[in-house]
Design a protein around this ligand. Sequence first.
Ligand SMILES: *Cc1c(COP(=O)(O)O)cnc(C)c1O
Length: 384
Amino acid sequence: MTDEHAFATRAIHVGQEFDPGTGAIIPPVYFTSTFVQESIGGLRGGYEYARAANPTRTSLQVQLASLEGGAHAFSFASGLAAEDALLRSVLKPGDHILMGNDVYGGTHRLVNRLFVPWGIALSTVDITDLAAVRAAMRPGVTKMLWIETPSNPLMKISDIRALSTLAHEFGAIAVVDNTFASPYLQQPLALGADVVTHSTTKYLGGHSDVLGGALVLDDDALAEAVGFHQFAAGAVSGPMDAWLTTRGIKTLAVRMDRHCANAQVIAEALVGHPRLEAVHYPGLADHPGHDIATRQMSGFGGMLSFAVAGGAAAAKRVAESTTLFQLAESLGGVESLIGYPTEMTHASVQGTALEVPDNLVRLSVGIEDCTDLLADILQALDRT
Ligand SMILES: *Cc1c(COP(=O)(O)O)cnc(C)c1O
């Protein structure tokens, strides 16, 4: 299977060759910790010990590399484990990392609480403002620019190509957390980014049944460093997790099409609703990032948020009043979820520059019937 095939074809076939021994169309899941050697050091297929490599994980990594258009992919036990391996591979004490001021709260917490005490400098900036990003870069010291677009929960869009060019001007690498878009809608490496990170827990896995993370990149030297961290620190995905993720990815294209279509219908239906102050969805023509999103994405995704007119109490009531949309953290599964970011996903950034408006409700729009989903939101709004 080569890269000349289209995305949906590669999602199903790359790294997923049938088992030559039996013809099993689904390659076996390798539940094994070690591999028998023919002689000392005589490895079969290069496999020695499962922290270093396991065929099920290899199959996922090959699939991920193909879908993001990168030379190397690494799969981890969670999105944050992947980020941790990348940060440790690139940064050393004295270096500076610049992040958007609306990055995933757990990403900010990881750097702020674990890396800053080890001597890494962190600052945050409105990453949609290129002049502000330029002013916040520290020549020779900033080694990483962390980009998350669309961002959470305000769905802000930043320009991956422009930001990557800017990072390179300062000798920094540009990292894109591509969790919200998935490689189906956005290909950061092709836009000039150096590394893509994922929480595969979300759209890639797609069924809310597995935790995982990934890094995809082109540079061979950086790949060697990341591969060494994956092996030496050992936060790898286990075979069952890797296999569930692989299986989820096979339907990514059809799922994302439906996520996008459903979210667009719901966003448009909510615009102008008397109980709402604002609807944040990049697929709306008046969203501030709509033009950039149209340029760098092939669809606007399944995530949206809205600000409730009645303030925090009303927003919480909406989040607790839906029946199909279930009240839970996380996103990207086939089932719709609703959340109150202030006290759920963004509780860890309360009181910081990353704090989000307390009248905001976030939706992860699933792939159920759209009429049912919209009716559920509208009845919940009626209760405010
Ligand atoms: C969930 C998430 C993460 C963290 O991933 P885990 O798999 O929960 O460790 C990172 N970035 C974004 C955008 C996320 O949504």
